[in-house]
Design a protein around this ligand. Structure first.
Ligand code: ADP
Ligand code: MG
Length: 214
C-alpha cells in the first residue's frame, strides 16, 4: 500500500510535462497528418503550465484536490486547442474524486485516474472507436481498475493501463474519425494514429513510470 501525497502528485505532473516536451515534435507530426499540427504544442503548453502552477502551491496547505484543480485551471488557460477543455475537465474530475482526502491510497489513485478518463469522455462525448484520445483512455482506465480489483499494486495497475492505452492507440490507425478535426477527412484518416490517443499513451506511461520502483 502506497501513500500518495500532494507533493507526489506535483512530481507526477512535472514528469508528464517533461515527457510532453520530449514528445512534442512527434505529436505535432501525427497531428500534421490528420489535424492542424499543434497537438504536441498544446500538450506541452498545458502540462508545463500545470506543472508550474502546482509547483507554486504552498506545500503546507495544498491537498490532492487542490493540486488537480490547479493543474486543470492552468491547462485550460494555456491551451486553445480542443485538448484544453478535455484535459481540464479530466483533471477537475480527478480533483473531485479525492475531495477532502489529505493523501491518497492505491484505490484513490486508481479512482482519480479513472476519473480523468471519465471526465474527458463526458466532456467530449466520444465513444471508443471514434478515433480520439478516448480509444486510449477508456481501455486504460478499465484495465487499471480491473487490475486494482484483483489486488494488484499500483505498478501492475499502471502497467496494465499502459498496455491497454498503447493497444487502443494502435487501433486508431484503422478507424475513421467521427469526432474532432480529423472527422473532416473521412477515409483519408485511415492508416494514421490519432495524435490525442498517442499523447494519452504518453500520459499513461508517465503514471506507470512514476509508480514503478526505480
Ligand atoms: P485541435 O483539434 O483543436 O487542434 P488538439 O490538436 O490539441 O486539438 O487535439 C486533437 C485531439 O483531440 C485528437 O487527436 C483527438 O484525440 C482529440 N479529440 C478531439 N475531439 C475530441 C472529443 N470530442 N473527445 C475526445 N477527444 C477528442
Ligand atoms: Mg490540433
Amino acid at each position: 500500500m502506497t501513500t500518495i501525497t500532494a507533493d507526489d502528485l506535483k512530481s507526477l505532473i512535472a514528469l508528464i510535462a517533461e515527457a510532453m516536451t520530449r514528445e512534442r515534435d512527434r505529436l505535432c507530426e501525427l497531428d500534421g497528418v490528420i489535424g492542424d499540427a499543434d497537438h504536441g504544442i498544446a500538450m506541452e503548453l498545458g502540462f508545463s503550465a500545470a506543472a508550474k502552477a502546482t509547483a507554486e502551491l504552498d506545500p503546507a496547505t495544498a491537498d490532492p484536490t487542490l493540486v488537480f484543480n490547479t493543474a486543470a485551471k492552468a491547462f485550460l488557460n494555456a491551451v486553445g486547442a480542443s485538448s484544453g477543455p478535455l484535459y481540464a475537465t479530466g483533471l477537475m474530475r480527478a480533483g473531485a474524486s479525492v475531495k477532502g482526502k489529505p493523501s491518497l491510497t492505491d484505490d484513490d489513485m486508481v479512482g482519480a485516474f479513472a476519473a480523468i478518463a471519465k471526465g474527458i469522455q463526458d466532456r467530449g462525448k466520444a465513444e471508443v472507436g471514434e478515433k480520439t484520445m478516448i480509444d486510449a483512455w477508456a481501455p486504460a482506465a478499465a484495465a487499471c481498475q480491473a487490475a486494482r480489483d484483483q489486488g494488484m499494486p499500483l505498478e501492475e495497475c499502471f502497467s496494465a493501463a499502459l498496455v491497454a492505452a498503447q493497444t487502443g492507440m494502435d487501433a486508431t490507425k484503422d478507424m475513421i474519425a467521427t469526432k474532432g478535426r480529423s472527422s473532416r477527412l473521412g477515409e483519408r484518416a485511415l492508416g494514421h494514429i490519432d495524435p490525442g490517443a498517442a499523447s494519452a499513451a504518453v500520459v499513461v506511461a508517465c503514471f506507470h513510470a512514476f509508480f514503478s520502483p526505480q
